[in-house]
Design a protein around this ligand. Structure first.
Ligand code: M6R
Length: 609
C-alpha cells in the first residue's frame, strides 16, 4: 500500500527519496511523486505508473534541494492519475504526503472551500495541506500548525509536511499508519517502512500513535498526542534484507518459495531444547501468560487467516483448548463472546494490517487474558502493542503473494500448540514428536521443492482455464484455501476451496472437464473419506490433480494426474503440501504472463480499512 519517504540533509535528496520509493514498490501502488525544497522554492514531479517513470522524469529534469518528501500512492479516493498523486500542495507553499484515510474529508473540504481554498485533486489528503496552510495563518510555526491540523482529522494518517518558506524542517505525524524516523549524521529521514531508508541509516525510532515530530538536519523532537516532549527509543535495525536483490531468481515470489527451508530453520533457531519448545519463543513473560489458557481466539486476514485456520485443528486436537478463528474485518465489527482465560492471537506478516490491528485493540478492551502476535516485522504496531510476540524471523517478504511467511507462521503456530498444550494435558512424548517434526521440516521442504519441474509442466494445463476448485479435509482444508488464494492472486484464475465433504452440498454442480479440481491428499485418517469425494468428482467427468503421499495409493489415469509428495508425518503435512500449491500458482502465472510480484489491484501491506 502507499509508501512515504522524507529527508532533511545538506546534500540533494531526490535520489535518496526515489531509491526509498523503489524499496517500497513491493507494497503495491499506482502512481509516485516527489517534492523538494530549495532556497525558497518548492518543486514537484509526479507520474502515474511505476517509480521508474518518476525516475526517468527526474533524469530529464532533476529536482535540486536538501529537504524533500516522496510517495507511492495506492488509490483509495480518486482514480490513479497525476493530479491525484502525492505530494499535494496548498497555494504553492505547503506540500504533503499521506498514508491512510481521512474519514471526515468531505466535511473539511466544504469548510476549506468556504474559506476560499480550491481543490486540485479528488483525494482526502488534499484537505491536510489546505488545513495546514490555513492554520499557519494563526500559528507561529509549521509544527504548531500541523499539531492544530491533526486535531481536526478523523481516520488514519501517517503524514509528512514541508513548507516552502522553511526549507530546514519537515513535520511528521502518525495516527493509524506507521512512520519511522531514521537518524543519520547531520541528516535525518522519515519513512513508512525502515526498508526504504536502509541505504542511508540503520538507526530508527518508531513513532507511536498520536506522535508529531519536528525533523531537522541536526535534531528530532517528538511530541505525544498532548503535545508533551517524549523520547522514543532509537534502535539499530536488525533487518538485513536488500530489497533490490532478487539474486538468481526471476521473481521475488520464487526466491521466497525457495527460501522456505532457511526461513523455517531460522524461526526454530534457539527455540527448541531437549524436545521442548521454550516459552521464551513467545516473549519475556510468556510462561506466565500461557499457563492458564483455556481458549484461543485467532484473528488475521488473507494468508495469515489460513494459517490460523490450520492451527485451530491442532489447538483443539493436540493442545486440548477450544479455539475460534475469525477474519479481522468481521471480528472488529461484531459483538463476540469472551470465554474465560482466553488468549487473543493475531497473525500478520507485516504487523501493520489495519483490520488486524483494530481487532487486537478491541480485544484488549474486551478483557482478553493476554494478546500474542505472530509477526514478521520487528517494531511493527502489532508487535509493540501485544503482550507477547512470536517473531517469525522469515526475512523480508517482498512478493505480494505471501509464501514463506505462511509456512513460517504454520511452524510458529505448531510451537504455540505445544506451549499451550503442555499445560492442558499434552504428553512430553507428544511434544517431543512435534519438536522432532519441526526440526526435520527444512529438509522435507527442500525435498518438496524438487517437484518444481514436474509442476511447471502441469501448469500448462491450467493456463487456459477460468476456474479451479481446491479440495482438502481436516487441517488440509486451510491448505486448499491457501492454494486457491495463491492461484487467484497471481494468475487471476477464479479459484475456490472446499472442505471435500461439502462437495455434494453444492459445488458438485460445477464439475465438468473445464473445471480442474486440485486435491491435497496426505496419507492420514481422513484419506478414505477423501477418496470417496474423489470418486464423486470422477463420476461427473471432472479432471483432477491429486497431490498425494505415495502410500495413499492414487494412480494416474485419464481422469486424474497424481503428483507424489514426499512422505511426511501428520504434524508437518499441512506445511509440506503447501509447497507444490505455491509452485503451481507461480508457474501458471508465468505462463499467463501476469505481474507475479505485484499483481493488479493488490498491496503487500493493507494499512487502510
Ligand atoms: O501482513 P498480513 O499478514 O497481516 O497480511 C494479511 C493479508 O493482507 C495477506 O496475507 C494477503 O492476503 C496476501 N496478499 C496473501 O498472499
Amino acid at each position: 500500500m502507499c509508501g512515504i519517504v522524507g529527508a532533511v540533509a545538506q546534500r540533494d535528496v531526490a535520489e535518496i527519496l526515489v531509491e526509498g520509493l523503489r524499496r517500497l514498490e513491493y507494497r503495491g501502488y499506482d502512481s509516485a511523486g516527489v517534492a523538494v525544497l530549495n532556497n525558497g522554492e518548492l518543486s514537484r514531479t509526479r507520474r502515474v505508473g511505476k517509480v521508474q517513470e518518476l525516475s526517468s522524469a527526474l533524469d530529464e529534469q532533476p529536482l535540486v534541494g536538501g529537504t524533500g518528501i516522496a510517495h507511492t500512492r495506492w488509490a483509495t479516493h480518486g482514480e490513479p492519475s497525476e493530479r491525484n498523486a502525492h505530494p499535494h500542495e496548498s497555494e504553492g507553499n505547503i506540500a504533503v504526503v499521506h498514508n491512510g484515510i481521512i474519514e471526515n474529508h468531505n466535511k473539511l473540504r466544504e469548510m476549506l472551500k468556504g474559506l476560499g481554498y480550491r481543490f486540485a485533486s479528488d483525494t482526502d489528503t488534499e484537505v491536510i495541506c489546505h488545513l495546514v496552510h490555513h492554520e499557519l495563518k494563526s500559528h507561529d510555526s509549521l509544527l504548531a500548525a500541523v499539531q492544530a491540523t491533526v486535531k481536526q482529522l478523523e481516520g488514519a494518517y501517517g503524514t509528512v509536511v514541508i513548507d516552502r518558506t522553511d526549507s530546514e524542517r519537515m513535520i511528521v505525524a502518525r495516527s493509524g499508519s506507521p512512520l519511522v524516523i531514521g537518524y543519520g549524521l547531520g541528516e535525518n529521514f522519515v519513512a513508512s517502512d525502515q526498508l526504504a531508508l536502509l541505504p542511508v541509516t540503520r538507526s530508527f525510532a518508531f513513532l507511536e500513535e498520536g506522535d508529531v515530530a519536528e525533523v531537522t538536519r541536526r535534531e528530532v523532537n517528538i511530541f505525544d498526542v498532548d503535545g508533551n516532549t517524549v523520547e522514543r527509543e532509537v534502535k539499530e535495525s536488525e533487518v538485513t534484507h536488500d530489497a533490490g536483490d532478487k539474486g538468481e531468481y526471476r521473481h521475488y515470489m520464487l526466491k521466497e518459495i525457495y527460501e522456505q527451508p532457511t526461513a523455517i530453520a531460522h524461526t526454530l533457531e534457539g527455540r527448541i531444547a531437549a524436545g521442548k519448545v521454550l516459552d521464551s519463543a513467545f516473549g519475556e513473560n510468556a510462561a506466565e501468560f500461557l499457563k492458564d489458557i483455556k481458549h484461543v481466539q485467532i484473528i488475521a486476514c488473507g494468508t495469515s487467516y489460513h494459517a490460523g485456520m490450520a492451527a485451530r485443528y491442532w489447538l483443539e486436537d493436540w493442545a486440548g483448548v477450544s479455539c475460534n478463528v475469525e477474519i479481522a474485518s468481521e471480528f472488529r465489527y461484531r459483538k463476540s463472546h469472551l470465554f474465560p482465560n482466553s488468549l487473543l492471537v493475531t497473525i500478520s506478516q507485516s504487523g501493520e494490517t489495519a483490520d488486524t490491528l483494530a481487532a487486537m485493540r478491541l480485544a484488549k478492551e474486551m478483557g482478553y487474558k493476554a494478546t500474542l502476535t505472530i509477526c514478521n516485522a520487528p517494531g511493527s504496531s502489532l508487535v509493540r502493542e501485544s503482550d507477547m510476540a512470536y517473531m517469525m524471523k522469515a526475512g523480508a517478504e517482498i512478493g505480494v503473494a505471501s509464501t514463506k511467511a505462511f509456512t513460517v507462521q504454520l511452524a510458529g503456530l505448531l510451537m504455540l500448540t505445544t506451549a499451550i498444550g503442555r499445560h492442558n494435558g499434552m504428553s512430553a512424548e507428544m511434544e517431543a514428536e512435534i519438536t522432532q517434526s519441526l526440526q526435520s521440516m527444512p529438509a522435507k521442504v527442500e525435498q518438496a521443492l524438487s517437484l518444481d519441474d514436474a509442476i511447471a509442466e502441469l501448469a500448462e494445463d491450467f493456463a487456459d482455464k477460468h476456474h479451479a476448485l481446491f479440495l482438502g479435509r481436516g487441517d488440509q482444508y486451510p491448505i486448499a484455501m491457501e492454494g486457491a488464494l495463491k492461484l487467484k492472486e497471481i494468475s487471476y484464475i477464479h479459484a475456490e476451496a472446499y472442505a471435500s465433504g461439502e462437495l455434494k452440498h453444492g459445488p458438485l454442480a460445477l464439475i465438468d472437464a473445464d473445471m480442474p479440481v486440485i486435491v491435497v491428499a496426505p496419507n492420514n485418517e481422513l484419506l478414505e473419506k477423501l477418496k470417496s469425494n474423489v470418486e464423486e468428482v470422477r463420476a461427473r467427468g471432472g479432471l483432477m490433480y491429486v497431490f498425494a503421499d505415495k502410500d495413499a495409493e492414487f494412480e494416474s489415469d485419464d481422469t486424474m494426474k497424481v503428483i507424489p509428495v514426499p512422505h511426511c508425518d501428520e504434524f508437518m503435512a499441512p506445511l509440506i503440501y503447501t509447497i507444490p500449491l505455491q509452485l503451481l500458482s507461480y508457474h501458471v502465472a508465468l505462463i499467463k504472463g501476469t505481474d507475479v510480484d505485484q499483481p493488479r489491484n493488490l498491496a503487500k501491506s493493507v494499512t487502510v480499512e
